[in-house]
Write a protein that binds this ligand. Structure first.
Ligand code: 3PY
Ligand code: MG
Length: 303
């Protein structure tokens, strides 16, 4: 069933089209949605854990970006209609306790939980997927070796070295059979490497070829700094979008998912046109400040 408020984002503008939000009637994950529990078939691909399948099918999925720790704001954003909410442990203030408490709150509101870990913290990536993250974004991935070490913590053997301990993730996905989880989790749980350094930009094809890496995610602020050798930070510049478009094209040619951090609706549209399908749009703290400014201006206008 398509959700009527599919892609509405509270920016005052119409959001990027073609990203239907699907929910159960009660707005929560289907615990037993007619598929045999324990079957290795599609047992973990129930919403919102059908995220990976939807992206692989070419759907555009928007994510809110959550920097404010604690479950309340992230849950409200999921409830407001965001198909996914990304909890930022790199520049945001989520620690692991906040991530572990917020993931179930997002799922209960019908959203897909995603986590961005701090630079190089791949053990945290492993804990995030155990806590029920449907995808993990790792920042500042420079080379093949670092990408491999990241993937190893997200994927079970033979793709990686993820250690067993998915009780929370299985409970959220409604999976009871350990073998069913083991046989399907590598496809359902996504690893995104952020491409935002010159080395990564130049080595994109090699990074994309890392087995088990599901996609790349562009950080346009860092990318613009890197490609200008520190001369500017220009995430919305034409030159940044042109570089990003090359990354999207490489990802698509390699059969991988292309993700993008969009500072504005215009950036999101440009990214979508370039082939990005997993797009973050709207930072919680900025959305609150924006709404506050609008409220004050409305009062002043009537004075
Ligand atoms: C960037 O633009 O560099 C980012 O990492 C977005 O958070
Ligand atoms: Mg960055």
């Amino acid at each position: 069933m398509l959700h009527a408020r599919a892609c509405r984002v509270d920016t005052g503008a119409t959001a990027v089209p073609k990203c239907p939000r699907r929910r159960s009637r009660r707005g929560a994950v289907h615990p037993r949605a007619g598929r045999p529990s324990g079957s290795a078939s599609l047992s973990v691909f129930r919403e919102p854990y059908d995220f990976a399948e939807r992206l692989r099918a070419g759907e555009t999925i928007l994510s809110a970006w959550s920097c404010l720790p604690g479950r309340h704001v992230a849950q409200l954003l999921a409830r407001a209609g965001y198909p996914a909410v990304t909890l930022d442990m790199q520049h945001g203030e989520h620690d692991f306790a906040s991530v572990a408490a917020t993931i179930p709150a997002i799922v209960a509101a019908g959203g897909t939980p995603v986590v961005r870990v701090p630079v190089g913290e791949f053990a945290t990536a492993s804990r995030a997927v155990d806590a029920g993250a449907a995808a993990v974004i790792a920042p500042m991935i420079d080379d093949v070796e670092t990408a491999r070490r990241f993937v190893a913590q997200i994927k079970y053997p033979p793709l990686g070295e993820r250690s067993w301990g998915p009780a929370s993730a299985m409970a959220l996905a409604g999976v009871t059979d350990p073998l069913g989880w083991l046989e399907t989790a590598n496809r359902a749980t996504l690893a995104f490497a952020m491409i935002e350094t010159r080395a990564a930009f130049e080595g994109i094809d090699d990074i994309l070829a890392v087995p088990g890496l599901d996609g790349v995610f562009v950080g346009p602020a860092d990318l613009s700094i890197a490609l200008s050798n520190g001369a500017h930070v220009a995430p919305s510049a034409e030159s940044t979008h042109a570089a990003a478009a090359k990354i999207a094209a490489a990802a698509r040619a390699a059969g991988r998912i292309a993700g993008y951090f969009a500072p504005s609706v215009e950036d999101a549209r440009t990214a979508q046109a370039a082939g990005f399908t997993f797009i973050s749009l709207g930072i919680d703290a900025a959305l609150i400040a924006e709404a506050g400014r609008a409220k004050l201006a409305a009062f002043e206008a009537g004075a």
